[in-house]
Each structure stands twice: as C-alpha cells, then as structure tokens.
Design a protein around this ligand. Structure first.
Ligand SMILES: Cc1ncc(COP(=O)(O)O)c(C=O)c1O
Length: 440
C-alpha cells in the first residue's frame, strides 16, 4: 500500500466476549469431541429462550400485510414508532417531556454506542463504570484515542458506583463531559437504588455534566429490586441520554434494533447541538432496519407481553440465585446475588491467584497451545484461569479484566433454561475453580 490504511489506534478496540469464541473454535479444531459450554455471550435465544408465539404472529402479520416493512423508513427512525417511544416514556415517567424528534433509531445499541462516541467533540471524555461493558469502553477510548477513564463500582455494596472515586475523577479530569451508567448492569447484574442515582444526578448537576444511561435491561429486574427511571430524577436538572433496545427482554438480539432518547434538551444549548449533530449523522446512513421498528410498539404493548416478561424474570431470579449459591460456596471466590439483567461476576479473593496454576488438559497439542498463550508477558491471571477452564472443561466464561475490572474474576451468564444442565455446568465450574486454585 502506498499509504498506510490500518488505523494506528486499533489496539484500543477490545471485545474479549467474542475473542473467546475464536479460542473455543481453535480448541474445537484441535480436540476431537470438544464440547463447548458457552457462558460468555448474553443472547437469550442462543441459550434456549423461546421467542413468544404472540411476537411471531406480530412479525408474520407485518410481513404479510405491511409492504412498508420492506421499505426505507425515516432516517432518524420510523415516525410512528418514535412517537410511541415518547408516549411510552411519558406513561412510565410523568416528569418526562421527551419529544419524538429527540428519539433516534439505530441498527442495535451497539451501533448507537459507536455513533454516540464518534460524534463527541475531540477531547471530551465519558467516565466509564469499572467493570464495564466493552462496547462502551472500546468505542469511547477509540474515538478519544486514549485509555478509558473509569470509576470503580464496589462488590461489597452490590456493585454500586463508588461515589468518592467518581467525585475524584470528575475533579481530576476537566475533560470529562459525561458519566455513563449501565443500569441494570452488565457485567455485574447490579440494579442501582434511588439514593445512588440521586447522588450521581447531584454530582452531574454540580459539575455541569451530561449523563448517559444504558438501560437495555431495564425490564429485567428481580430479587426485590425495582428499576428507578433516571429520567424522573434528572428532569429539569441534567442533560440525559437514555439507551434502550429489543435485544434482551423481547428477546430479539438478531433484530438489531436499539434507540437513543435525548432528555432535557432545552437545558443546555451545547447538549441541543450534540443531539442535532447525531440527527445529522443519521441522515448519512439513510435509515436503520425498518421491520423491527414497525413492530416494536405492537410487541411491548401486546396484552401477553407483561405476563411473559414476568415469568422470564421469575426464572432469571431462581436461576441466578441457584448459581450464586453454587459459586458462592466455592473456596477462593466472592459472589454477590444479582438483581437484574442476566450476568454475574464472581471475584477471586485477594492473593489466591498466581501464574503457576493450571487445570489438566488431556490433549497434548491443546495443552501446548494454552501453555504458550498464557505465558505471554503481562497475561492477566483471571484470563489464565478462563483459558485453562475452557480447554479443560469446555466451559467458556469471560475474564473480569476483559471488562477492565480492577479485581480479577470472571463473568458468567445466568440464561441457561435447563436446570439439570445448569446444575452440572456450575457444579463443574465450582470444582474447577477449587482445583485450579489448589494446583500451585
Ligand atoms: C449494556 C449493554 N448495552 C448495549 C448492548 C448492545 O445491545 P445490542 O444487541 O442492541 O447491540 C449490550 C449487549 O449485550 C449490553 O449488555
């Protein structure tokens, strides 16, 4: 090439959740009969959740009777659906004055997240939760061309944000323009209390910061918690962007449909300009896929949706509590029950990991491969565990350091619907942790 084309900052894009799938594929090619047990990706359908029949009927009906589902739609999103979003928000948050023109549809939240950070002014930074979701962390640091600035969340307080750390970062980083919250949280399963959210709003208000709230799991809350809408607390106080989508609760991750809501746009001309810049950016891409947008209101307002969601949440609650009990009784791990979403992040207790531990891998070429991989300089200790676990048992978990966690651990999903298989997987995982820790 006469001019270099590869971007120099591509190393800032990291997504361990899917990188592990490549490792699993490599092991599958090496080890005859290798059985992959994927506890890494948050896809309810891939983990056996049934798409509700009423949703299939809505889709079939749209395909049969609505040719508009095959056409381009408005570049900012189907107008009827954006009006429905604004009305739905006002129904649940009476303080909201969301206008449908401030709702933008994307091909999944992943795409919304990329565009959000791409359109930020050079030098403006967004504080990320640690551990955090790699799409936010990667895209923010890629467009900022610099490592992420992250605030700690505290496993001893059900993974609530460490407000002292957040305050310190705001003071030390005048370039911080916004704070990201993920609530309910991926990867910790935390659901933030009203008091926590109020403290964040107060901080943002005091320092003229924007809040970004990723609420893709807002309907998936249990174990006695309730989702508090940040919109209610932020109304008239701070500029707020809320992110939602259909990937998790519907569940339709392959639909690639997510949206962004700009709340309180009248508060600050710079925030208004930012919203307008995203609207302009969207024109350039013509539009996001039409079909999911057309059916979104029909799905969420369907009379069977609430009961269907409720039964899923009850299952998630029972499954996650069982997993918390199994992993919680494992020597060397510290585990919190979760209150929302479908992830749990067990943490290794201080000092239990070292760089000599291993698990038996019967197949010699696979063992050589893993030993070579984990001996790379600076290889994180929890990633070392995840690699051995995968090669030895087939169980695929994501190391906590792939979520930029300051504490070593691993993330599992709580999505498995088959109680026997779940029991087997998590009993095997618990034993593997103890065996690994005892190995050196
Ligand atoms: C917190 C969070 N935000 C956004 C996304 C991306 O969702 P989508 O499937 O709409 O791209 C995910 C997916 O796992 C997520 O966990």
């Amino acid at each position: 090439m006469r001019k270099k084309v590869a971007h120099p900052d591509v190393s800032l894009l990291r997504y361990g959740i899917r990188e592990l799938v490549e490792l699993a594929q490599k092991l599958q090619a090496l080890i005859p009969g290798f059985r992959f047990i994927g506890e890494n990706i948050g896809d309810p359908v891939a983990k056996g959740w049934k798409v509700p029949p009423f949703m299939k009927r809505i889709l079939a009906d749209a395909l049969e009777h609505d040719d508009a589902a095959f056409a381009y739609t408005h570049s900012r999103g189907n107008i009827q659906t954006r009006k429905w979003v604004a009305e739905y928000v006002r129904r649940h948050c009476p303080a909201s004055r969301l206008d449908f023109e401030d709702v933008l549809f994307f091909n999944g939240l992943g795409s919304a997240i990329a565009v959000l950070y791409q359109m930020m002014a050079p030098g403006a930074r967004v504080l990320q939760p640690l551990p955090g979701y790699p799409a936010h962390i990667s895209m923010e640091r890629f467009f900022a061309r610099s490592e992420c600035i992250g605030y700690r969340t505290d496993p001893e307080r059900d993974w609530a944000p460490d407000m002292a750390d957040m305050e310190r970062l705001v003071a030390e980083h005048p370039e911080a323009a916004a704070i990201l919250l993920i609530n309910p949280n991926n990867p910790t399963g935390a659901v933030y209390s009203r008091e926590t959210l109020e403290a964040v709003v107060r901080l943002a208000e005091r320092h003229h910061l924007m809040l970004i709230s990723d609420e893709v799991y807002f309907r998936m809350v249990f174990n006695g918690s309730a989702h508090v809408h940040l919109i209610e607390l932020a109304a008239g106080r701070v500029p707020l962007i809320v992110l939602r989508g259909v990937s998790k609760d519907v569940p339709w991750p392959g639909g690639r449909c997510g949206w962004m809501e700009f709340h309180n746009t009248d508060m600050d001309p710079d925030f208004r300009d930012f919203a307008d810049s995203l609207r302009k950016r969207m024109l350039v891409e013509v539009c996001a896929t039409t079909l999911p947008q057309i059916v979104v209101p029909r799905i969420y307002d369907h009379p069977e949706f609430a009961a269907w969601l409720d039964s899923n949440n009850r299952e998630l609650e029972a499954a996650s509590n069982r997993i918390a009990a199994l992993l919680g009784s494992t020597r060397g791990l510290s585990v919190r029950p979760i209150h929302g979403a479908f992830y749990m992040l067990p943490v290794f207790k201080e000092g239990v990991l070292n760089s000599r531990q291993s698990l038996p891998i019967a197949h010699a070429p696979a063992r050589d491969f893993i030993e070579r991989a984990v001996s790379a300089p600076g290889f994180p200790p929890d990633k070392r565990f995840a690699f051995y676990l995968l090669a030895s048992t087939g169980i695929c978990v994501v190391p906590a350091t792939d979520f930029e966690s300051p504490l070593p651990g691993f993330r599992v999903t709580t999505l498995d619907r088959d109680p026997d298989r779940r029991e087997k997987t998590y009993t095997a995982l618990s034993r593997a942790v103890e065996q690994y820790l005892a190995s050196a």
